[in-house]
Design a binder for this molecule. Structure first.
Ligand code: DGL
Length: 282
């Protein structure tokens, strides 16, 4: 399939996540780049991706990227660490040249990794992420490409996304899981001074994370990093910048029901969001 290249009118930047977590990234992107048009696509009907196999995450992510391309996006951000870890490289290297070599798909891991050496003094860094992201080893691989001297300890937190998606993250029950995962990573890496939240859902647990973490450890969440990186990317790629439309609009699409999206999304960003249902097979 070769896609028709869209004109500047109606070429929003696509923001994709398996669910609602990418909304935290989109909020930061909008603050940094308010004039662009955006389409958010949440594959809420098939979330979570974090416990799924490589093949399934790749297949689902590619389907969503194609849908965003069909909707006119020239540039798509995978605002999901699991999709960035398991699908981004294959999409960039194998699918894009066939679909449309001029379009771009970017992830959230690289922008996070790039700043890490400037944050850590001990050169011991921790990663909290979904099981899929941890098993992919994407973070240690990407960190070591840039900074081979940094030690990375990883801890999968499989209960955190379900707690957040079910709006249980502020309740006492969540304390047990947050405390357990933080204690585990501190045991693996007592010298850690920097902790990456490698899942776009996790900023919602920030209060509890900080409460269970020694005060000398700084927490890195991704929204601002991804927003700055996108701004930088558009500066460095005027040909892409020119193709992205700038009417300041945001449209939200979900593979789940519109009513479910509206009530769950308000947990992530304190706003009423009206999303449109989308069928990926149409
Ligand atoms: N938002 C996804 C991420 O950043 C996690 C949610 C999921 O498991 O689907 O990895």
């Amino acid at each position: 399939m070769h896609l028709e290249t869209n004109k500047k009118i109606g070429s929003p930047i696509g923001i994709f996540d398996s669910g609602y977590g990418g909304l935290t990234i989109l909020e930061e992107i909008k603050k940094t780049l308010p004039t662009y048009d955006y389409i958010y696509l949440g594959d809420n009907a098939r979330t979570p991706y974090g416990t799924r196999s490589f093949d399934v995450v790749y297949k689902y992510t590619l389907q969503c990227v194609k849908k965003l391309f069909e909707m006119g996006c020239q540039l798509v951000i995978l605002a999901c660490n699991t999709a960035s870890a398991k699908a981004l490289r294959t999409i960039q290297q194998r699918d894009l040249p066939l679909l449309d070599p001029q379009r771009r798909v970017l992830g959230v891991i690289r922008p996070t990794v790039e700043i890490i050496d400037s944050k850590t003094v001990t050169k011991h860094v921790g990663l909290l992420a979904t099981t899929g992201t941890v098993q992919s080893d994407s973070y240690p691989i990407e960190i070591h490409k840039l900074y081979p001297h940094i030690q990375v300890a990883s801890e999968a937190c499989p209960m955190w996304v379900p707690l957040i998606e079910n709006n249980e993250h502020k309740n006492d029950g969540a304390d047990y899981f947050v405390k357990k995962n933080i204690e585990n990573i501190l045991k693996i890496s007592p010298q850690m001074d920097t902790l990456i939240l490698g899942c776009t859902h996790y900023p919602l647990l920030m209060d509890k994370i900080v409460a269970f973490l020694p005060s000398n450890i700084q927490v890195i969440s991704q929204g601002v990093l991804v927003a700055n990186s996108l701004s930088d990317y558009l500066q460095r790629h005027p040909e892409m910048k020119q193709r992205c439309s700038t009417n300041g609009t945001v449209q939200y699409f979900t593979t789940e029901s519109e009513a479910k999206f509206a009530s769950a999304a308000s947990v992530f960003i304190s706003k009423n969001i009206c999303a449109h249902h989308i069928d990926l097979n149409e």
